[in-house]
Design a binder for this molecule. Sequence first.
Ligand code: CTP
Ligand code: CA
Length: 221
Amino acid sequence: QNEQVDNAFWQGKRLLITAGPTFEDLDPVRFLGNRSSGKMGFALAEQAAKFGAEVTLIAGPVNLATPDKVTRIDVRSAQQMFAAVQENYQQADVFISAAAVADFRMTESSEQKIKKQDGQEGLTLNLVKNPDIVAWVAEQADKPFVVGFAAETENVIDYALSKLQRKKLDMICANQVGENLGFESDVNQLTLITSTKQKALVDSLKRQQAQQLLQFLAEQL
Ligand code: CTP
Ligand code: CA
């Protein structure tokens, strides 16, 4: 019965979702990455498409099949993800930023493989900050409803609340990351937060959480 309510609401709604990590190249053979699997963003895309939404999924480097009826755009770096989001956010009713965007990239990535010198005992990398994609979308006059994620290892709710406010998001999904929890895992501990509501999800599987998240989101819109 719930599914029918969802179906009716999401029918024809346009969703833009980012998922997975970004890789920041150091040189042609090395990169900085993170342990995001992309599973949460892909589960959201899959469920929303099942509910009849038009879903565009901007995916970092992940090892996942494209869900049925989802338009997928593959990117590698944060800058490429940012460009893809800038091109697509105006066509979206809702933007869900589930990607684990690298906070920094190389100031200059090397065109040739970095070689170590004889006797070299260390290496310092010069990094520069990447654009904050979700904060940028939330600043736009014609912005969609903006949903962020906050993966934290401690003070989960507090950190998530401060990100909700600092980035001017409409909603944030606080995610406890730990051993076998969150990154690289099928299992999540999620709390959905708006400026007026908090809802801790009981289900721990990302697929079921995706349904509950879309249900909660439908109630806010
Ligand atoms: N995010 C983004 N662009 C970035 C960094 C983060 O769009 N350059 C988005 C993520 O997709 C997520 C939210 O911001 O929806 C929070 O990401 P998180 O890494 O938890 O927050 P940061 O602001 O980067 O703070 P920190 O990593 O220091 O905790
Ligand atoms: Ca970050």
